[in-house]
Design a protein. Structure first.
Length: 673
């Protein structure tokens, strides 16, 4: 099956280049799964190189690319191999493709901006065209990171698969004539989804039949004349159940027109016998016609006996210790008149010989008995934390200067359950208001993302959902967002020890005063899941007003959350208070009056912004007078008077008198000398 998306010419040309490693590909649900994908090694560390192995070759296309999906990676997948030609990776003898990833999982995580690998990561080997968005299906596999540095290919939360058993019955029983319908019925216990393939020896009879209600049936008229060994093989489609194969059933197809016969087998002693005990096999043929009966133990022929008065017997000695399956097959003397038939298999067990303690001596005394008594302790549910205090980094202003934020992990929470009956437990968390003297930060502004550190093999653990903090609401807001309401950290069934953590995120409004704030995070352990009425069973549900906090019926752990005194003001504030938004980082280090330039107290700051930004300091009084402009020479000036006679020596001139327009400093007019 292929799926093609039509694109414009410009888009098609842009998509024509080979995709590089890390490029965004297509979402997982856009390409159908056509097979499975195994990872080699199946278990390993985040710094190991991994190869993916497909279950078959690509059904079409010229290229292939491997994508990874999971927490931290883009929703549309992240390319961990380039878009390469399929010819680069020739298939092996079974048609499988082996493609190594271009880097380690740790490196892929760092390239996507995170460092902790957690939970399930799905890999898809996509068969595709070289260019464009035409693809032909995905081979799908997954790994689970049980710790930030190690992974496994088996889901740790999946319980062990349940064994099944399959029984085959054939109608009509024993034999049928050639060309007549024979119905094969397989019963699977316990009832599980899957298919049943009926076999004649090693040859399939028809196609696999789906199991419905624990049963699958097939009717056929294609069995040839002669003896047949029929069986049914169940294949489960549910990972929680194993497959199984029925015991073989001997069956005979007689020529058309022959009368049907029926063969029954009895074994004495019934069920079991000690090794060395003779075992009597008795076959009864109805109607009692002439012929022979062949006795078998599984597929091994024990002996053949004639039918006398409708019966044949065989005494068997020397059977080996263990399980046996006896059958009797009747062959008529006149096959044209009577059909052959075979009995159902009879199970039998040969037990070891019990040797008395004193062979040949007197009879041993009667055995004595002892009553064995034990006590199952009630056990206990215990919760603890690695430390009672969590110190978060100082709150920092975000890039848009709209709120403060900080984050960090809580101390590791350890839960140990040894209670009889394994009732299960859950751990939730709820934080009190953060306080610093008379100042407070609303508890709604704290959120977390739970993570699993480790767990015992006997526990099945489900983590609570991520809880987002409120958007820096004020201290008096009465909402129920964030960890102000009780939120589930983890729910588990079974016995053992599990360790959890959570990454905290705390937001605070820009009106928050400086100080060291503390809040108490309470982590109660409940002997069951979240109680009814809280509405918190689904971690994706948003809290609502009226949600009732969890009332723990088990122990509780307490963590004191602290973050140190931080600089809660922008660089332009000096007195620990916030300026209005219009004055953010616009004033000098010391706020001054725009007219007198004197320092302002906090209460005297103007309510409105000045029209102009204050300029440099200027002197308004005692200004030094500017220098007078250069005086233009007058016509009476000796230096401007022309010589009376060209070439004659000039007369000595007296110093020029000051102009009548010159004003003295005292404001009086100076007269010419």
């Amino acid at each position: 099956m292929t799926r093609s998306v039509a694109l414009g010419a410009a888009t098609l040309l842009a998509a024509g280049s080979i995709s590089m490693i890390g490029s965004v590909a297509y979402a997982a649900d856009e390409s159908p799964a056509i097979g499975t994908l195994a990872l080699n090694p199946a278990t390993g560390a985040d710094d190991e190189l991994i190869s993916v192995v497909s279950s078959a070759s690509c059904p079409g296309g010229t290229n292939l690319q491997t994508l990874v999906f999971g927490q931290g990676f883009p929703a549309e997948g992240y390319g961990v191999t380039p878009n390469q030609a399929q010819s680069v990776f020739p298939p092996d003898a079974q048609g499988r493709l082996t493609i190594p990833l271009s880097d380690t999982m740790r490196s892929f995580a760092q390239k996507n901006g995170f460092s902790t690998l957690s939970g399930k990561y799905e890999f898809r080997l996509r068969c595709r065209a070289k260019i464009g968005t035409t693809y032909f299906g995905d081979f799908v596999g997954a790994v689970w990171f049980t710790s930030p540095t190690s992974y496994t290919s088996t889901d740790p939360n999946t319980p062990a698969a349940v064994a099944t058993s399959t029984a085959l019955s054939v109608t009509p029983a024993g034999s049928a004539t050639a060309g007549s319908d024979v119905t094969l019925t397989a019963d699977v216990t316990p009832a599980a989804s899957g298919t049943v393939q009926f076999l004649d020896g090693a040859t399939p009879i028809g196609t696999p039949v789906a199991v419905s209600g624990g049963r699958a049936s097939l009717t056929t008229a294609a069995l040839a004349e002669g003896a047949h060994t029929l069986s049914a093989v169940f294949s489960s489609t549910n990972a929680g159940f194993l497959g199984s194969t029925s015991p073989a059933v001997a069956y005979t197809i007689s020529p058309r027109g022959a009368a049907a016969t029926r063969t029954a087998l009895a074994v004495s002693p019934a069920g079991s016998a000690a090794q060395g005990t003779p075992v009597q096999l008795s076959a009864t043929v109805t109607p009692g016609v002439a012929g022979t009966v062949q006795f078998k133990d599984g597929g091994a022929v024990l002996d053949t006996k004639p039918v006398v008065a409708g019966a044949a017997q065989l005494s068997v000695n020397g059977l080996l210790e263990g399980d046996h399956s006896f059958t009797a097959a009747f062959t008529p003397a006149d096959p044209a008149a009577y059909a052959a038939s075979a009995s159902d298999a009879v199970a039998f067990t040969v037990t070891p010989v019990v040797t008395p303690p004193n062979p040949g001596g007197p009879t041993p005394p009667a055995p004595v008995g002892e009553t064995i008594t034990t006590t199952v302790a009630p056990g206990a549910l215990v919760i603890s934390v690695a430390g009672g205090n969590v110190t978060l980094p100082a709150l920092a202003l975000n890039s848009t200067s709209t709120l403060f934020s900080t984050n960090g992990p809580i101390q590791t929470v350890t839960v140990t359950d040894t209670r009889a009956g394994a009732p299960g437990w859950s751990v939730s968390g709820q934080v009190a208001q953060f306080a610093s003297g008379a100042n407070a930060i609303n508890a709604q502004n704290l959120g977390w993302a739970p993570n699993l550190v480790s767990k015992g093999d006997g526990l099945k653990v489900t983590l609570g959902g991520q809880v987002s903090p409120a958007n820096a609401v004020g201290a008096n807001d009465a909402g129920v967002l964030g960890l102000r309401s009780a939120r589930t950290l983890a729910v588990a069934t079974g016995l053992g020890t599990a360790k959890f953590g959570a990454d905290l995120t705390l937001l605070a409004p820009t009106s928050t005063q400086a100080g060291t704030y503390q809040g108490v995070l309470t982590l109660p352990a409940n002997s069951r899941g979240p109680p009814r009425g809280t509405g918190l069973a689904d971690p994706r549900r948003r809290p609502r007003r009226g949600d009732v906090p969890l009332s723990p019926d088990g122990p509780a752990a307490v963590l004191q959350l602290t973050f140190p005194q931080a600089r809660m003001t922008p660089p332009c504030s000096t007195d620990g208070s916030w300026y209005p938004p219009w004055r953010h980082c616009c004033w000098p280090a010391v706020p001054r009056s725009p007219t007198t330039r004197r320092p302002l107290r906090r209460r005297s700051l103007p309510d409105r912004p000045p029209r102009h930004r204050p300029g440099p300091r200027r002197l308004l009084r005692h200004r030094r007078p500017a220098a007078p402009p250069p005086r233009r020479p007058s016509a009476s000036s000796p230096r401007a008077r022309p010589d009376p006679t060209p070439g004659a020596p000039s007369a000595t001139a007296s110093p020029p008198a000051p102009s009548s327009r010159t004003t003295s400093r005292s404001g009086t007019t100076a007269s010419s000398r």
